[in-house]
Design a protein around this ligand. Structure first.
Ligand SMILES: O=c1ccn([C@H]2C[C@H](O)[C@@H](COP(=O)(O)O)O2)c(=O)[nH]1
Ligand SMILES: [Zn+2]
Length: 167
């Protein structure tokens, strides 16, 4: 008798899958300093929205600045749409009740307002590199008040490799 073929065991967990989609989406970003991606999953573990940070539709990447410093209007900050905002706006529904959002970077206060208002109930993040900023402090204050939970994604593997080779 031949042994039955066993299922593959090295498959991605849901958390790994959605975080990987967020990180892949971030690869679309043209921000030279920080590329952020976001992936929204619903209660059935279906992806309902993805996004990354970039300038608004119709606003040429060649016209607007990517600078971080200098007078406000000469920097990227007044112009760039954040990944979480884009993911919510790209979502298939405006009602994201009970959904989770996977993000490469802890959301700022403005994204947090969008996340709360959309009905998203959990944030799973990778980096919290701006944890000491007022924006992130304000974000956490609002999330705590609104009962939106957040947890850091703790990788169980160092990387996921994708290959475009056919064989
Ligand atoms: O909630 C957030 C916060 C920031 N971003 C984007 C906006 C910018 O493109 C970069 C941050 O640039 P720094 O050079 O690190 O200041 O990240 C976002 O998408 N979501
Ligand atoms: Zn933001």
């Amino acid at each position: 008798m031949t042994e039955p073929i066993k299922k593959r065991l090295n498959y991605l967990s849901w958390d790994e899958y959605f975080m990987a989609v967020a990180l892949l989406s971030a690869e679309r970003s043209k921000d030279p300093n920080t590329q952020v991606g976001a992936c929204i999953a619903n209660r059935q573990n279906k992806i309902v929205g993805v996004g990354y940070n970039g300038f608004p539709i119709g606003c040429s990447d060649d016209e607007l600045p990517w600078d971080r410093q200098g007078p406000f209007l000469t920097t990227k900050y007044p112009y760039v749409c954040h990944a979480e905002l884009n993911a919510v706006l790209n979502a298939i529904s405006t009602d994201l009740s009970g959904c989770r959002i996977y993000v490469g970077l802890f959301p700022c206060n403005e994204c947090t307002k969008v996340i709360i208002q959309s009905g998203i109930k959990e944030i799973v993040y990778l980096s919290d590199k701006y944890r000491d900023s007022d924006q992130v402090k304000a974000a956490k204050r609002m999330l705590d008040l609104a009962g939106v939970s957040y947890r850091r994604f703790i990788p169980q593997r160092p990387e996921i490799t994708l290959s475009f080779s056919l064989d």
